[in-house]
Design a protein. Structure first.
Length: 207
């Protein structure tokens, strides 16, 4: 894996992935550590994707170094079986690993969040960390924890997380849209008179 930069402020990410590189096609979407990128070229054992400045700013992909490992997931096809939870590959922000605790063959990882994202994380809810769908164990005080089973530890990059590491966070898709409908995701929506409110739900007999 390597990252280079063109004069036009387009960053090119080259990923060595013999398992899928020969199968992906020009224009196909691939989630790279949770960030949805578009394939611009592919070979037998590697593919390239372009990243805008926004991707570099909003995710941890800009800090990758040659040789770093990343999680890869191809786009879901209609008709495929859906496991885990819906993940769009649209990273909501980055967060820092606070502490990691081994528990036999499993591991528990605590992650701190920016206040703007903490409201989207709920105990027993879903979250994607570097593109890996996980279930939240605890959520309180601006941090949350997740449990990592042996397969996750072995097959993904989250098995190597250490305190201080930064990760890409994608909150639950449904939670994001509920927050938008409730007018709570942005300052603009908070001021807006449109949208769903508890009063409107009560007035229309929903609660």
């Amino acid at each position: 894996m390597s990252v280079s930069r063109r004069a036009s402020k387009i960053h090119v990410l080259r990923v060595r992935a013999p398992g899928i590189a020969a199968e992906v096609k020009l224009g196909e979407s691939v989630a790279v550590s949770g960030a949805c990128l578009t394939v611009v070229s592919s070979e037998r054992d590697a593919f390239e994707a372009e990243m805008m400045e926004e991707t570099i700013r909003s995710t941890r992909l800009g800090s990758l170094k040659p040789g770093d490992k990343v999680n890869l997931e191809r786009a879901l096809r209609l008709g495929d079986r859906l496991d885990g939870h819906l993940v769009s590959g649209h990273v909501d922000g980055t967060a820092a690993v606070k502490r990691v605790e081994d528990a036999g063959d499993t591991r528990k990882c605590w992650i701190s969040l920016l206040p703007s994202l903490s409201g989207f994380i709920a105990s027993k809810g879903s979250v994607a960390i570097d593109g890996v769908s996980l279930t939240v164990i605890d959520a309180a005080g601006g941090e949350f924890s997740v449990g990592l089973i042996p397969t996750t530890l072995r097959e993904t990059t989250v098995g190597g997380l250490r305190p201080g590491d930064r990760v890409n966070i994608e909150v639950d898709l449904i939670a994001r849209y509920i927050a938008r409908l409730m007018g709570r995701d942005t300052e603009e929506n908070t001021r807006a008179s449109a949208g769903i409110t508890w009063d409107k739900l009560r007035e229309n007999g929903w609660i």
